[in-house]
Design a protein around this ligand. Structure first.
Ligand code: MN
Length: 258
């Protein structure tokens, strides 16, 4: 099995090293990851600047290809110019911090996997729900087992799996649940400070406002100690509203001057 690995925390992050260690046991791994941290860049792609590919070594051994771009760039250039063919699966992570609820939209980790889904390649994004993770080993094992399962079961075109693993000792994990994207959103504010030159600057801060209170939601399930697995796709159409809007007299919008 040919596995392409990427992330948004950068090619030197401990999470990607543990992911590669776990996936090497089940397949042939190629790493194409951002040279620097790209958390919360979402599905951005680089169009106005060139991209450079550099070989990255760990302890003198070749580890993978570093790209001075976004996670989505890594998947595009990784498949077009490095692998030169589609891998069997793309795995993105292991991210430092939860990627559930609204964070799925902002996440670079999820976007790397979603770029693979756009290319009809099965993909998994995996995160540990703490920004100060010390041990990615358990999440690495989950990633490897789920990769094997996805390879066997397959995924529909344009669908990927988003996985959140609680940052708990393995014996405190309560189980694994298939969930949906939760409704929690950020209550945000910009902290205003002054730089050494007297100019004001602003730094985004916020708190996730809990909108979910049952185990069907990704964020709630992982917070309660369950590994959360959510199938997601990138078709943003609201099908319920599509039906409802058939009763709108939408023609009026273009007939205003008649
Ligand atoms: Mn990240």
């Amino acid at each position: 099995m040919k596995i392409l690995v990427s992330n948004d925390d950068g090619i030197t992050s401990p999470g990607i090293i543990e992911l590669v260690n776990a996936l090497k046991k089940i397949g042939e791994v190629t790493v194409v990851a951002p040279v620097s941290e790209q958390s919360a860049v979402g599905h951005a792609i680089t169009m106005k600047n060139p991209l450079r590919i550099t070989e990255h070594f760990v302890d003198g051994n070749f580890f993978g290809y570093a790209i001075d771009g976004t996670p989505a760039d890594c998947i595009k250039i990784g498949i077009k110019n490095i692998l030169k063919h589609k891998p069997d699966i793309v795995v993105s992570g292991i991210n430092n911090g939860s990627n559930a609820a609204i964070n799925i939209i902002y996440s670079g980790t999820v976007s790397a996997a979603r770029e693979a889904a756009i290319m009809d390649i099965p993909a998994i994004a995996i995160s540990v729900t703490n920004h100060l993770v010390t041990d990615f080993k358990f999440a690495g094992e989950i990633a490897a087992k789920l990769t094997t399962m996805v390879a066997k079961q397959g995924l529909p075109c344009e669908t990927m799996l988003n996985v959140n693993v609680p940052d708990l000792p393995q014996n405190q994990i309560k189980g694994i649940l298939i969930t949906q994207q939760g409704k929690s959103k950020w209550d945000e504010s910009f902290i205003e400070r002054t730089d050494p030159f007297g100019q004001k600057y602003y730094w985004l801060a916020g708190k996730l406002m809990e909108k979910d209170n049952d185990l069907t939601a990704d964020h709630f399930a992982s917070r309660e100690g369950y590994v959360s697995v959510t199938p997601i796709h990138f078709d943003l159409t609201d099908y319920k509203m599509l039906d409802e809007m058939k009763s709108w007299n939408i023609e009026e919008v273009i007939n205003v001057n008649k």
